[in-house]
Design a protein around this ligand. Sequence first.
Ligand code: MV4
Length: 449
Amino acid sequence: MFKKILIANRGEVALRIMRACKEMGIKTVAVYSTEDEHTYPVEYADEKVCIGPAPANQSYLVMSSIIAAAKNTGAEAIHPGYGFLAENADFARACVDNDIVFIGPSAECIESMGNKAAARDTMKACGVPTVPGSDGVVETVEEARKFADAVGYPVLVKASAGGGGKGMREVHDPADLESQFTAAKAEAQAAFGNGDVYLEKLVLRPRHVEVQIVADKFGNRISLCERDCSLQRRHQKLLEEAPSPALTEEIRRAMGVAAVKAVRATNYENAGTIEFLLDHDGKFYFMEMNTRVQVEHPVTEQVTGTDIIKEQLRIAAGEPLSCLDRVPFAPNGHAMEFRINAEDPDHDFRPCPGNITAFKVPGGPGVRVETYIEAGSRISPYYDSMVAKLIVWGQNRDECIARGKRALSEFKIEGIKTTIPFHLKVLDNQAFIDGRVYTDFIETEMGEE
Ligand code: MV4
C-alpha cells in the first residue's frame, strides 16, 4: 500500500479521502489555494502545499504545480476526487509520466469515455443497450433528417464532447430539425471547441439510474448496485437514493450485468459509474460513463457496506478488491443523500456564498454528514456552493424518509440560505413518497417553470 498520497482537491471530498487514508495508515498531502488556507481539510492533512490564488485555473487546475507538489513531498500517488482534474486524461498521463500513480482509470479510458458518440458506439458493440441512435457523429442536416425520419420524432441532438446536458437539443417537429441541429452544433463548438453531434431517439420522462462499479488489476469487476439520481435541476443533482424505487430485482440484475459488460469491454480499472436512462417500460439504455468517484458515492456505501475510496486506493496500489467475498451485492436497507448547497431555493437556486455564523449537524442512528464546514467557515464564491451532504440510512425507504426529515430538521445553518427547506418539501411530496420521480420532477411537482 502507498505510504503517502496527495489529494488534488478541496472541501468535503478532500476530507473524505484523507479520512480513508488515516484509517489505512497512509500519510496525506493537501494542496490548497490561498482562499482555502484555513479550511479543515488543509489542517487535517499531514502536509500542505499552497498551489496558488483562489481562481481554480490558477490553483486546483494547474497540473504542473500539483505534480511538483507531489514530487517535492514524496507522494507516490494522487487522488483527484471529483471535478477539477478528475476526468482530465492529460493529467492522468502527466502523473504516469512523472512516476506518480493516478488513482483512477487509465488516460485512454478517460479519453474514450469523454467522447460520448464513440462511447455509445463502444457500448453498442459489446451488447450494452443503447437508445436507437445515429452511427457515430452526424455531419450534415440531410444525414440527421434521414435518421430522424427512420426512427421517428421526437429525437435528441447531443454534443459528442458534451455530457451533463450541454449542447443538447430536442426536436419534436421535422420543421425544427435544421435549426436545432445547427444550434446544437454551434453550442457544442462554443462550449467545447468541438462541434461534433449525434442523434438519438428521445426517451420521454426518463429516470436517471446509475450503477456503481469497481474493477481491480486482476480482472475482478463488480457492480455495487444502483443509485437513482432522477431528482435534478438543470442537470445538477439535488437528491440521490439507493436502491432505485423503480427497479425490480430482475432489472437490477440485468443492469448490473450490463454495467460489468461495459467495464470489461473498455478494460476499465478503478471505481466508475455507468449512467442509464430508464424508460416507463422498465427498459434501460446506456447514457454516459463517469470515470471518477462521484459526489453521491456515500449512498452506495451505506447500502453495500463497502468503502469506495478505500477500494480505489487498493486497486491503484495493485491489491485485489476487498469486497469480493460479498458478491453479488443485494442492497441492505435504503439510503438517501441530500445535497445542502449555499443556494436560495426561493429565488431560482441562486448561489449565496457567505459566512456561516452557526453550524449544528444532526446525529443519531443512520445519519452521516460529509462536510468540511464549521461555525465561522466561509463559503467561497470561487468554488461550487456545496456546504454539506447529509446521508441517511433506514431499514426501508419509509424509515429513510422519516429519518431524512428528522435529520434535516436538526440541521442548523445560519448566515446563508441553503437547500434544506427544499429537501423538506420534497420529503412531503406524494409523488416522491410513492417513488414516482422522473427527470422533470422539479418542474412538475415543485412548481418551477
Ligand atoms: C437523453 C434523454 C432522453 N432521451 N437521451 C441529460 C444529460 C446527458 N447525460 C443525457 N441526458 C439526457 N439524455 C435520450 N435519448 C434525457 C436526458 C435528460 C436527463 C437525463 C438524466 C437526468 C436528467 C435529465 C434531464 C434532462 C434530460
